[in-house]
Design a protein around this ligand. Structure first.
Ligand code: COA
Ligand code: ZN
Length: 396
């Protein structure tokens, strides 16, 4: 983290941190429990508690408010619960318990021997049940993993460029670098005892699934793995056991999916609709994901398309929607490595037989336009010759 602060705050930090470390064993458990129960603590109390743990903080007493401002910790008017709404309560400078924990963590990162862990532990228990976190809660949630590994900087608006460097290794293993031009500019960099420079993540784009992600960043890599497998299930699918059972011995080139079909087949339709949307860069997914509970709402008719050599392996899908009483082809998507193998050509007569001499929802992709102009019915050919093609946008 990089903080910008006034020179007198930097000097006070530097002076305090240059004093010999005399940590005191002082359990904060009881204090932390009370703070969590109250939800708030007074800034003066927090200052006292931290000073008991590290007497060097005494030198910072009159800089506490400034430090909060610089570290982005909001101070709020806090009061003891009054007995009546008309009581003339005294207002004190206070911090929410989460902000108090963050302030303690920051002081620890700068090399003070304050121990935020009892407070952080209690708060983490509370946070672990939450689905949403503030950025302050997020930093507390990963406190154990990041403890002593940080590098923090406190510098004046313009950090000194040509300045003497004073390096100090404290008994706690923190490494301090103090730069000062002797006049108005200074900087203080503190590296934790377990600090290791992080290798910058490499930005990559996967050739297979097309997703851009950061190698070296766990969350980003995990996100990529999830998406990659999802794409693979549509691009290079394994045979569907359910479809195998439904098709029976004989099999067919496509399986019709409607409101009465099992949810797993709706899921297969939905996944292909996701691939179609992604490839065409449309705004909406044109098939509803089946709900975990309750009946299927999707009222379109879909076809899961298989290949003649592996009849329960789904190579693609297409969907029809009723528009003004006429079934219209809404979209069609064949996995890239199964294209130009005659799948759609072989299926088209079956589709025309089942859905009628259907029109196609426009705009059409160049591939579909080519396809229909060669293999569509005369009416369909007439339609594509008079329609525009996709330039990116919204429909099939
Ligand atoms: C359009 C799509 C469904 C066609 O399915 P397909 O199974 O690959 O088509 P077929 O193999 O049956 O093609 C039959 C003929 O149509 C024509 N054709 C198909 N795709 C074509 C393309 N990309 N460019 C030019 N002609 C094409 C060719 O004449 C082809 O015969 P050929 O391969 O012997 O030259 C498929 O390419 C696809 O899913 N594309 C991406 C999504 C898309 O564009 N959907 C339609 C949105 S409107
Ligand atoms: Zn990938």
């Amino acid at each position: 983290m990089y903080y910008v602060g006034p020179l007198d705050l930097l000097t006070a930090f530097h002076t305090a941190l240059s004093q010999p470390v005399r940590p005191r064993i002082w359990s904060l458990r009881e204090w932390a429990e009370r703070a969590v129960r109250d939800g708030w603590c007074l800034l003066s109390d927090l200052g006292d508690v931290m000073e008991q743990q590290d007497p060097r903080i005494y030198h910072l007493e009159r800089h506490m408010k400034e430090a909060c401002k610089v570290f982005g910790v909001p101070i709020r008017s806090t009061l003891f619960r009054p007995s009546s709404p008309y009581s003339q309560s005294l207002l004190f400078d206070g911090l929410s318990v989460v902000d108090a924990a963050c302030l303690m963590v920051t002081f620890e990162q700068f090399g003070f021997t304050v121990d935020p862990s009892p407070l952080v532990q209690l708060l983490s228990q509370r946070i672990s049940g939450q689905q949403k976190l503030s950025s302050e809660e997020f930093s507390l949630f990963f406190y154990d993993r990041l403890r002593f590994r940080s590098m923090v900087t406190l510098a004046t608006e313009q950090a000194p460029s040509n300045a003497d460097v004073e390096v100090l290794q404290t008994r706690t293993g923190h490494r301090l670098e103090w730069r000062s031009d002797g006049a108005a500019q200074a900087s203080l960099i503190v590296k934790g005892p377990r600090y290791r420079p992080r290798r910058p993540g490499t930005e990559l784009t996967c050739d297979y699934c097309g997703l851009s992600y950061t190698r070296g960043d766990m969350d980003s890599s995990r996100e990529h793995q999830r998406y990659h497998s999802r794409v693979r299930r549509c691009f290079d699918p394994s045979p569907s056991a359910l479809l195998g059972r439904l098709f029976g011995e004989v099999g067919d080139l496509a399986y019709r999916v409607d409101q009465r079909s099992p949810k797993p087949l709706h899921k297969e339709m939905y996944e292909r609709a996701v691939m179609f949307k992604r490839e065409m860069q449309f705004d909406f997914i044109q098939w509803a994901a089946p709900p975990a509970r309750g009946p299927i709402q999707e009222d379109a008719i879909g076809w899961l398309i298989c290949s003649p050599d592996a009849r329960s392996t789904i190579r693609g899908a297409c969907a029809f929607r009723e528009r003004e009483g006429i079934w219209t082809m809404d979209w069609a998507w064949i996995a890239p490595n199964a294209r130009r193998q005659g799948l759609m050509r072989a299926l088209w007569p079956t589709l025309v037989q089942a859905m009628g001499n259907f029109p196609l929802e426009t705009p059409l992709s160049e591939a579909m336009r080519e396809f229909v102009s060669k293999h569509g019915t005369p009416t369909q050919q007439q339609q594509v010759n008079g329609s525009s093609s996709i330039t990116g946008g919204s429909h099939a």
